[in-house]
Write a protein that binds this ligand. Structure first.
Ligand code: AP5
Length: 215
């Protein structure tokens, strides 16, 4: 099974992708995480990517498509993938179709998580992530169960994202409206787009996604 989780910044894509990974043995391919790993490497490319990400703009299609193609060709993707944060533009959606065809893979579902902008601002302002595995938490809605310890990997260090600052968040919303929302008709026309209520609490969102997958 190959899925895309679509939605604006803070919709809960990463939170739900981690749950789907564990429940279905799928592999989460999160372009944001992959790009952050490149920035952490300190390479020249990583420094250029960091400047773009911190501002809230999109990294070039060329770079992101190459990153995804490498992972889709990998053996761990054979049981199925959850694409989180990709595609984000029409050229990326077209490139994805071409690469899936090359690897004889099929896209089963595109799940759009719909959330109001006011709720998104609140979610991003309170978000922090595990420094080690990237699991996403929230100061009020989704705290680690055991105090300061990551539920997923047990690590004790957490980080806040530079692009969750208000100026970058505003830019990310504008970029979503202008460049990413136009891909919705692309998938609607293929008959594989499902919309879910991303405003619901986290377990309920998981239930809605499971219901879509089970159809
Ligand atoms: P990326 O890392 O993909 O960020 P994003 O799409 O903006 O999405 P987020 O990770 O911010 O949110 P999410 O939907 O995963 O929400 P989460 O589960 O964390 O991209 C970052 C940057 O990388 C881009 O701006 C761009 O520069 C670059 N990039 C990445 N992909 C690219 C591409 N394809 N092309 C070009 N550039 C690319 O949840 C958010 C918070 O809410 C958390 O605190 C969570 O605990 C909480 N929460 C989750 N669900 C709920 C709920 N139901 N109720 C209450 N709280 C909830």
């Amino acid at each position: 099974m190959n899925l895309i989780l679509l939605g604006p910044p803070g919709a809960g894509k990463g939170t739900q992708a981690k749950r789907l990974e564990q429940a279905h043995g799928l592999v989460q391919l999160a372009t944001g995480d992959m790009l952050r790993a490149e920035t952490a490497s300190g390479s020249g490319l990583g420094r250029r990517i960091k400047a773009v990400m911190d501002s809230g703009a999109l990294v070039s299609d060329e770079i992101v498509i190459e990153v995804i193609e490498t992972r889709i060709a990998g053996s761990d993707a054979k049981n199925g993938v959850i694409l989180d944060g990709f595609p984000r533009t029409i050229p990326q959606a077209e490139a994805l179709d071409a690469m899936l065809a090359r690897h004889e893979l099929k896209l089963d579902r595109v799940i759009l998580m719909e959330v109001d902008e006011a709720a998104l601002i609140d979610r991003l302002a309170g978000r922090f992530s595990c420094r080690s595995c990237g699991a996403s938490y929230h100061e009020r809605y989704n705290r680690p169960k055991q105090g300061g310890r990551c539920d997923v990997c047990g690590a004790f260090e957490f980080v806040y994202r530079p692009d969750d600052k208000p100026e970058a968040v505003a830019r990310r919303f504008a970029v979503y409206r202008e460049q990413t929302a136009p891909i919705l008709p692309y998938y609607e026309a293929k008959g594989i787009l499902s919309r879910i209520d991303g405003m619901a609490e986290i377990d309920e969102v998981t239930r809605q996604i499971e219901a879509v997958i089970a159809r």
